[in-house]
Design a protein around this ligand. Structure first.
Ligand code: F58
Length: 838
């Protein structure tokens, strides 16, 4: 609480030397040069682009720190209710350009760098992505932090500081398959984090737990391994405000470096073992996508992170001198999927064992504190942990879980007496060998609210995932918050030309519409203006040329920017159906091959782009990548057709690659089997940049179509209610592909005949379609091909196409993450904005 009075010396000396954010170019320049000279210890004459990036980052960071400090002091004084976003993944991407935008010093920095002899574009691309996430879930967390700060809300993120982010993807020259390499992203230091070596907590694993049996329900947990959690703070600036929030990431380290005794006894291996195993906890992000493995280290990560985060929240709360019963009045915790569910158990443990709160009172606090977001209905993605593993690693937590189970059982039994089947369905423990803990059920039971991430998905969460819980707790506990994306990064930063055109057209300052995205609707009144249409098309063309240039440098192949750019970029997964897309490309290629040169000239030219990573152990997904790469090699080398159709698989998909691809797309493919993609968020990003949507009636595609109107999207495929029926038929009344979908059968046979090489390697992939066809490609193929034809046809009329594109961007207001965060803040967390004064 020292900040209320000046600790030492003369107040004037302090205040006269304190500075605010630099706004003058000359100050920015001085600061950059100062960092070159001192922090980097480099001379001006040997400074390269990377050095310039480092110096610019350090100069920018100084400004962030000033605002970040002010914000922390502001909220510590004010003592509002706070919200915490617990996410095992934060897929931040690059920071410098975002920080410059949010601080409002982009032009000054550009000018300053230029006078020092550097171009800002060249400097910005020096930065390595912070890739601490797998995909949508992690990127959503990053967008939500941006919006929370922009809305001046007291929200902190808590996560892990992985030494290695998501793996780097390489494509093997010989056979086109995916190779994984580590991502040592911290190698060259990370200017965006502040190590807080003084913010440290001890976290225990293993050991034993003794119940006190004094009627209090308390227990003593002791022994085992203790490791330290050290805080690293990442500054999250809001746009158009000084408010700068915090993302606190934990790093694990051994409690006592070496075991000196073993070391002195000559047992070096044993001596370093403990320190290795502590450091291992935060060493690597698990590259899973929609599967869980039950690995001990993953559970260790989850507990390490939730324990440190809760200890930190508790310390902050206690500094406020409020009674413990008011914990939930001052703290809301959002669980980003089930990964942080142990936080529920940990808070129970802290309250009961450490704060001496009676069980039922503790349970009231807990159930008022937590909120749970589900991100998938795929059964294989629902987390379960073996009871024996939990017993071994967290003996006290297992006791608490069983205590929760017992009480919950009693209350269900009371409401539905004798309904044993219901009890089994609702139990937090799944019977079997071994028994497993169902983390989603635990999260539901202990949370105040449960939400899905788009209307359809939230409906499926209620109807398919947790129907018994809806009946038990009532409907109001289950609701929807449709995802959103930050328009700062996903429009202004990645598509500056479009942002400028929008500002000019709306005749509104950029910071007005970037903070209130519904203002984009103002574009609608200009849709018919030929001048706007022309400029709109020119912006798209410019972005396509930027991408074409990028690809030409990478592959040494010319890319025709006058062709339609068709993009599918996301994690490789059978449910996302990249396979449907590539089979569609092959279909198109075979058609072109069979045409006369005259006929070909009438065909819409198209360049197809794919990018995305496959989980290292996901065989079928990796085969899909291999097929795409090898098809691209054949197609791009075919002189008969390559003016009309070309195909690229861009390796190592990342946030910064998405920032180049998305603004350049004429159309994006969002083609998951209906009912499988919870929301999707890249669909929103493409539409924001005026890329039209080719997709299924799934996830947020549905709400996008509701906003922009069905004439402006290209929908195809079976609807969610049909999917189960079709799957049933595939199993019990299978019809061969040749009969059901002859066009598709030809395509599959073409692949089998090895015209794209492979010598039969693709058979297991093709068989997922020929047999079982769980993701209903055979049922959707014809409708998909018709939809692609409709897209071609629509593209022929460029004026109409551009109008669709403008209308699409105009109706994206709903999909700003600012709106989503407002929903959470008001309907869930009950927190209020508070602006840090200038
Ligand atoms: C994604 N989930 C959904 N999970 O698939 C997508 O529809 C949605 O838009 C997005 O969340 C945001 O709500 C997702 O990305 C993961 O990556 C998990 C990582 C950890 C293992 C399980 C999957």
């Amino acid at each position: 609480r020292g900040e209320e009075k000046w600790p030492r010396g003369d107040q004037k000396t302090w205040t006269s030397s304190m500075r605010n954010v630099f706004t003058e170019t000359s100050d920015v320049t001085k600061s950059i040069v100062n960092h070159v000279q001192t922090s980097l210890a480099r001379a001006p004459y040997n400074l390269d682009d990377f050095g310039a990036y480092q110096a610019a980052a350090l100069a920018t960071r100084d400004n962030l720190i000033v605002n970040w400090n002010e914000t922390q002091i502001h909220f510590t004084r004010k003592q509002p209710k706070r919200a915490y976003y617990l996410s095992l993944e934060f897929l931040m991407g690059r920071t410098l350009s975002n920080a410059l935008l949010n601080l409002g010093i982009q032009p000054q920095t550009e000018q300053s760098l230029s006078s020092l002899g550097f171009s800002i574009e060249d400097v910005l691309v020096q930065e390595r992505d912070a890739a601490l996430g797998n995909g949508g879930l992690g990127r959503l967390a990053a967008c939500y932090l941006d919006s929370s700060a922009t809305q001046e809300l007291p929200v902190w993120g808590y996560g892990l500081r992985y030494k290695y982010g998501i793996f780097m993807q390489l494509i093997k020259e010989e056979d086109g398959s995916q190779l994984e390499a580590p991502d040592p992203w911290l190698e060259h230091q990370n200017p965006w984090e502040l190590p807080r070596l003084d913010v440290v907590y001890e976290v225990r694993f293993y050991g034993s737990s003794e119940r006190l049996n004094d009627g209090s329900g308390r227990a003593v947990w002791s022994g085992g391994q203790e490791v330290l959690a050290v805080a690293y703070d990442v500054m999250i600036p809001g746009y158009g405000t000084r408010n700068t929030n915090n993302l606190r990431l934990w790093e694990s380290k051994p409690k006592r470096g070496f075991d000196l005794q073993s070391f002195n006894a000559g047992d070096y291996e044993h001596a370093v073992e403990a320190s290795n195993s502590a450091a291992a906890i935060t060493s690597v992000l698990y590259p899973n996508d929609h599967t869980t493995f039950g690995k001990e280290l993953r559970l260790k990560q989850q507990y390490f992170w939730t324990a440190a985060s809760l200890a930190d929240m508790m310390r902050r709360f206690k500094n406020m001198d409020k009674p413990i019963n008011e914990f939930a009045e001052y703290n809301a915790i959002q669980l980003n999927d089930t990964h942080p569910t142990l936080a529920i158990v940990e808070l129970m443990r802290m309250l009961v064992d450490e704060e001496d709160v009676p069980w039922s009172q503790a349970w009231t606090i807990v159930t008022n504190t937590f909120f749970f977001t589900n991100h998938t209905v795929l059964p294989e993605a629902l987390e379960k942990w073996p009871v024996p593993l939990m017993q071994h690693l967290l003996p006290r937590h297992l006791q608490i879980i069983f205590d929760i189970v017992r009480r919950f059982f009693l209350s269900v039994e009371k409401k539905f007496p004798g309904d044993v089947a219901r009890l089994a369905r609702m139990s937090l423990i799944e019977e079997g060998f071994p028994q497993q803990i169902r983390m989603a059920n635990l999260a539901v039971v202990a949370s105040r609210k449960v939400n899905g991430v788009a209307e359809l998905h939230s409906e499926l969460v209620r109807k398919n995932l947790f129907p018994d819980f809806v009946e038990f707790f009532g409907k109001s506990k289950f609701s929807n918050v449709t995802n959103g994306v930050t328009p700062r990064r996903w429009l202004d930063q990645c598509n500056p030309a479009l942002s400028q055109l929008i500002t000019d057209t709306l005749k509104l300052p950029r910071d007005v519409w970037l903070k209130d995205l519904y203002k984009l609707e103002g574009l609608l009144q200009h849709v018919d203006d030929p001048k706007l249409q022309k400029s709109w098309a020119a912006v798209k063309r410019q972005n396509k040329e930027r991408l074409a240039h990028f690809v030409e440098q990478m592959f040494g192949l010319k890319v025709d920017a006058s062709a339609m750019f068709d993009v599918q970029i996301k994690r490789l997964h059978e449910y996302k159906r990249q396979t449907l897309n590539i089979l569609g490309v092959i279909y198109r290629y075979l058609l072109l091959k069979n045409m006369t040169p005259e006929e070909r000239k009438k065909v819409n030219k198209k360049v197809v782009f794919f990018a995305g990573k496959a989980a290292p152990g996901y065989y079928v997904a990796k085969l899909t990548i291999r097929l795409i790469v090898n098809v691209s090699r054949v197609i791009n080398a075919d002189p008969d057709t390559n003016q009309y159709l070309s195909l690229f698989f861009l390796p190592d998909y990342s946030v910064s690659l998405a920032e180049v691809l998305i603004p350049a797309a004429d159309i994006s493919q969002q083609i998951s089997t209906a009912g499988t993609e919870a929301s999707g968020t890249s669909n929103m990003k493409f539409c924001l940049s005026g890329g039209l949507l080719l997709g299924t009636v799934d996830g947020a595609n549905i709400e996008i179509a509701e906003e922009v109107g069905e004439d402006n999207v290209f929908f195809f495929g079976h609807l969610t209610p049909d999917v189960d029926k079709l799957r049933y038929e595939h199993t019990y009344h299978p019809v061969p592909v040749e009969q059901k979908c002859p066009e598709l059968a030809k395509v599959l046979d073409a692949v089998s005949s090895n015209i794209f090489g492979g010598n039969g390697v693709y058979e297991p992939l093709l068989n997922t379609v020929r047999q079982g066809d769980y993701y209903i490609l055979t049922d959707d193929f014809d409708s998909y091909i018709r939809a692609v034809e409709m897209v071609d046809e629509a593209y022929q009329d460029q004026t109409e196409w551009i109008k669709k594109s403008i209308r699409t961007t105009a109706k994206m207001g709903k999909f700003s993450s600012d709106r989503a965060i407002q929903d959470y803040a008001q309907e869930y967390w009950n927190i209020e904005s508070s602006r840090v004064s200038e």
